[in-house]
Ligand binder design. Structure first.
Ligand code: ADP
Length: 494
């Protein structure tokens, strides 16, 4: 390199560099004037001014104080403080609108500026360098994020949900005011995670919350409903649903979700249960008398030659038995809190059970064609009566939800260590969105067609409870308008 050929810099090089630098203004520290000494091109552009109009003028002569600025953003205040303290002062955000020549209108702009003192003789502040940066995009992005968060929160609050977010690493707990209300406190009360945990029923904490958390560590989602006690001693129910977020090593770092007060729904459910219990209890007495009268009559007329009388009495007896079963079923149901259903297991051959259920069903529903090809010797260890109740329920649904004459097929097959029983119909079928809810208590599909078919929506719920207790599986495959296959599996006798 030839050093001798270095370009000769113009004398005013620093002034030229300053003028090309982004958003810079140099003012003298001659308070209260703050005379403008230099301004960069971009500063002139931002402020819509010409260099000749502002140089050597007092800053506030050309940029009068704006009342909208507070003590932190007011330029006079900031400049004075820089001179007094000799320290740089940043103004992180302030609004200063800029005239857009093309659009012929003012545009909202946000800026951040730094006021740096430049020391002169005797270490006194001689100048202030004011540099500004356009941060309009960042501010708008931040505003949009805040807006969408508050919109989300508003939507949650409108739906009566409380939202919460727990950082598992430092236990920071953030929640919406509705959460305090759900736990029986005024919305402005600050509550801690510890307070909340103390309000949860200890049994539910142990049996439900802990299990839900363990499940969530595997699946990432959790959902549970528990009882809580309010500070006034009253009992309430809450349902919480959310996510567990893991780090790269699979360690849980954050949990967030929503909480809903389900007390009213729960109380309705209890009232409904009590009603069913009371109604079925009241029905039991007259039905027992009726059964006794029919049995007496059947005995008296046993030797009658009239086959119509004996036949009809026997059918009446079957119907009374059915009704009794139903009523006992309701009673079972009303008592059926999780874990209260008892199994009475024996070893039995399942094809014979299916044949028995089928024979009974054909008696009461002669118009339907039900086919079954028994396979011999599939022995299960289960509660015969309750499994029979499940088969009868699936068969009666197949009949109920398909037109007369449509074929119904029931089958029993060994699959590995299980037996699979399935009931296929060519009936009305079920939409996918309804399929997963069918096994919930009182769930019935809502449709025009269903309006004319009576039912309580408890058969499949009970069937599910019974099969779950046997550690089996129950499910459905169906297509709307074509038909359904309900199936369940039970472990074979071992
Ligand atoms: P119920 O029949 O008394 O309403 P269930 O619990 O037995 O109660 O069934 C729940 C719902 O599932 C029914 O209301 C019906 O909408 C639907 N369902 C059950 N079985 C069938 C089927 N074989 N075909 C179509 N829909 C069915």
């Amino acid at each position: 390199m030839n050093i001798g050929s270095l370009p000769v810099l113009p004398e005013n090089i620093f002034q030229l560099v300053f003028e090309k630098s982004p958003g810079s203004l140099l003012v003298k520290a001659d308070s209260p004037h703050f005379t403008i000494v230099a301004a960069s091109d971009s500063y002139l552009e931002i402020t819509g001014s010409a260099r000749k109009d502002i140089l050597d003028k007092g800053f506030f002569e050309v940029f009068p104080d704006d009342e909208k600025f507070d003590e932190h953003t007011n330029a006079r205040h900031v400049f004075t403080k820089v001179v007094e303290t000799g320290k740089a002062i940043e103004v992180p955000t302030y609004r200063f609108d800029v005239y857009n020549k093309a659009k012929k209108q003012n545009e909202i702009r946000y800026w951040s500026c730094c006021n740096t003192p430049i020391l002169g003789a005797a270490h006194k502040v001689a100048y202030i360098l004011n540099t500004v940066i356009d941060i309009t995009d960042e501010v708008k992005a931040r505003e949009a994020a805040i807006e969408s968060e508050s919109r989300l929160r508003l939507a949650a609050e409108a739906a009566e949900f409380a939202t919460w977010d727990l950082n598992l690493l430092n236990q920071t707990f953030i929640y919406s005011p509705r959460l305090s209300e759900i736990f029986g406190h005024p919305s402005e009360t600050v509550i801690t995670l510890e307070d909340i945990r103390k309000q949860v029923n200890p049994d539910d904490m142990q049996n439900i919350v802990v299990k839900a958390y363990e499940h969530a560590l595997k699946s990432g989602n959790y959902l549970y409903e528990v009882r809580i006690t309010w500070p006034d001693g009253s009992l309430h129910w809450i349902k919480t649903q959310g996510l567990v977020i893991m780090d790269k090593e699979g360690q849980p770092v954050r949990m967030l979700g929503t909480i809903l007060d389900t007390t009213e729904t729960k109380r309705d459910e209890i009232r409904k249960n009590d009603f069913i219990a009371m109604a079925s209890h009241e029905l039991k007495t007259p039905l027992t008398s009726l059964k006794a009268y029919v049995q007496l009559l059947a005995k008296k007329l046993a030797s009658s030659d009239d086959s119509f009388i004996t036949g009809t009495l026997s059918k009446a007896g079957i119907q009374i038995n059915k009704m009794t079963d139903l009523i006992y079923g309701f009673l079972d149901l009303s008592k059926l809190e999780p874990g209260t259903l008892q199994l009475d297991k024996t070893d039995f051959e399942i094809n014979s059970l299916v044949s028995d259920c089928l024979a009974e069903m054909k008696l009461t529903h002669p118009g339907h064609v039900i086919s079954f090809e028994p396979q011999k010797d599939i022995v299960v260890s289960a509660d015969r009566e309750k499994v029979g109740q499940v088969i009868t329920n699936l068969l009666s649904n197949a009949i109920k939800y398909s037109d007369k004459g449509r074929a119904i097929i029931i089958s029993c097959k060994k699959t590995g260590n299980n037996v699979m029983v399935s009931v296929t119909d060519n009936g009305i079928g079920i939409k996918l969105k309804d399929q997963e809810k069918l096994f919930q208590r009182f769930y019935r599909v809502e449709s025009e067609r269903m309006k004319n078919i009576s039912g309580f929506g408890i058969g499949l719920y009970l069937a599910n409870e019974i099969i779950q207790l046997h550690k089996g599986k129950i499910g459905v495959e169906s297509e709307e308008g074509k038909g359904s296959t309900f199936y369940f599996s039970l472990p074979l006798q071992n």
